[in-house]
Design a protein around this ligand. Structure first.
Ligand SMILES: [Ca+2]
Length: 461
């Protein structure tokens, strides 16, 4: 991986989240999860800390899976093992001479059971943290980080109590007042997304849920210099919606533990069709230069690669600030000129299709819709919706196949619809990008074979 570093950066930090160090059954921390954290930190060390320097590592919550002491201790042990120079703040053991700051918050999993008490008995977030349920205002090279934990007072992944809201409000007012020009970024870190910003923060066409809080955004609106990071959903950061600008800039942080996807498709959100979700592991490397331009590089820790092009956020006074608005991708995906739907396994009541994936110039191909219409009536008899697997990054397959009778375990889409033997159908495959633009369909027609005649019984007994 080419380290994408600039020489004039004033601030360099990494952002990771959702390490979920723990097991749902017996409390042991799976070695595989420990290794994923170690591997991500080792890449940050070798490619950045040892090359250009790294000022801080931000962790946007869910260090643990169950809030157990052993899980927080595992996180601390691995962090200190890879970065002995860090101030990773263990309770009663703060190193004021550290050259790397560790900025972390509690996520909803860190509150499970006695998690909140275990967190504070094991760790010391913010180093000099003195109160406020894990909330603190950190300073790194003169840049402020508003660090907001999930409060232990509310049993929810998406709600904040009055004290937490008051903390954010005061931190924003105080930080913004110190920079009247308003160009210096203010970093805000929460565990849930901020409703109405990044991918996963609000319901989509098929998914009737969200991974976001509505309690914090009102205190950030009006501060365009805000750059807010949030985790929780584990949604792919390869998705261009994982950066969003409206009132301010927001980014989803993906996850170290595993990738997750939308519900409501014919394919499971945990699909292991090509690669296990447990392989994926992503995060960010961020630089701020002397002109207050923030460059965000997406990192694929699993494959030790950079993901696509960096995102560049200019300061608010620059006319080029707004690059990542919601409606920015207007172009539809396209199939190559010689692409076609191939029909495999044509059966009396089902068919399987195969096609070369479409591409999209502005964002990503996110999913496909397969529709089958009866030719004579034109009536749609079934449709299936499945992922492009762009979340498998360099292992995204070039060719996809899907069966009309296929449904992943864990998928939630309606599976009504069976073909009738001896009938002519038209099949269409449409590619959708992350911004819901639809390609022209790839089409083919076919006739289902008649049902095989009953074979005579061979049982003469
Ligand atoms: Ca597009």
């Amino acid at each position: 991986m080419e380290p994408a570093v600039q020489n004039n950066a004033k601030l360099r930090f990494a952002v990771i989240s959702d390490t979920q160090l723990g097991d749902d059954s017996n409390g042991a921390v799976p070695e595989q999860l420990e290794e994923k954290l170690r591997s991500a930190l080792t890449i940050l060390r070798k490619d950045y800390f040892e090359v250009s320097g790294l000022d801080a590592i931000v962790v946007a919550g869910d260090l643990s899976q169950n809030g157990r002491v052993a899980e927080f201790e595992a996180f601390a042990r691995i962090f200190r093992e890879v970065f002995p120079e860090s101030d990773f703040n263990l309770k009663g053991d703060v190193n004021p001479l550290a050259t790397l700051k560790a900025l972390y918050i509690k996520g909803n999993h860190d509150n499970y059971g006695d998690g909140s008490a275990n967190y504070f008995n094991t760790l010391a977030p913010g180093g000099d943290y003195r109160g406020g349920d894990g909330n603190y205002l950190a300073d790194v090279n003169g840049y402020k980080f508003v660090m907001l934990s999930q409060p232990s007072t509310i049993n929810s992944g998406n709600l904040y109590d009055r004290a937490s809201q008051a903390f954010v409000k005061a931190a924003m007012v105080q930080t913004a007042a110190a920079d009247p020009g308003g160009d210096k970024p203010i970093f805000v870190v929460t565990h849930p997304h901020l409703y109405g910003t990044v991918y996963g923060s609000e319901p989509t066409d098929l998914e009737n849920s969200d991974w976001a809080t509505r309690d914090i955004k009102p205190y950030l609106d009006g501060y365009r210099q805000t750059i807010a990071f949030s985790g929780h959903s584990h949604y792919p950061i390869s998705d261009e919606r994982s950066i969003d600008q409206g009132e301010f800039t927001a980014l989803g942080t993906g996850a170290i533990a595993y990738v997750d996807n939308e519900r409501g498709y014919s394919e499971s959100p945990d699909s292991a069709r090509y690669v296990s979700k447990w392989k994926e592991s992503v995060g960010y490397y961020v630089e701020v230069d002397s002109a207050n331009t923030t460059t965000i590089t997406r990192l694929d820790f699993a494959r030790h690669q950079v993901i696509k092009e960096p995102w560049v956020v200019k300061p608010p006074s620059d006319p080029g600030w707004l690059r990542y608005s919601k409606g920015r991708d207007k172009g539809a995906p396209v199939f190559s000129a010689d692409a076609k739907v191939e029909l495999l396994e044509l059966q009396p009541t089902s068919v399987r299709v195969r096609f070369e994936q479409a591409t999209d110039a502005e964002s990503d191909v996110h999913h496909y819709k397969l529709s089958i219409n009866e030719t004579s009536s034109g009536v749609e008899v079934l449709n299936r919706v499945f992922f492009s697997h762009y979340f498998n990054l360099a292992e995204m397959p070039k060719i996809l196949t899907w069966g009309s009778d296929e449904r992943d375990e864990g998928a939630s889409a309606d599976m009504d619809g069976e073909l009738v033997p001896g009938t002519e159908y038209e099949v269409g495959v449409i590619a959708y990008d992350s911004f819901s633009n639809a390609s022209e369909p790839l089409r083919a027609s076919f006739i289902t074979p008649p049902r095989s005649p009953e074979l005579p019984s061979t049982d003469f007994g």
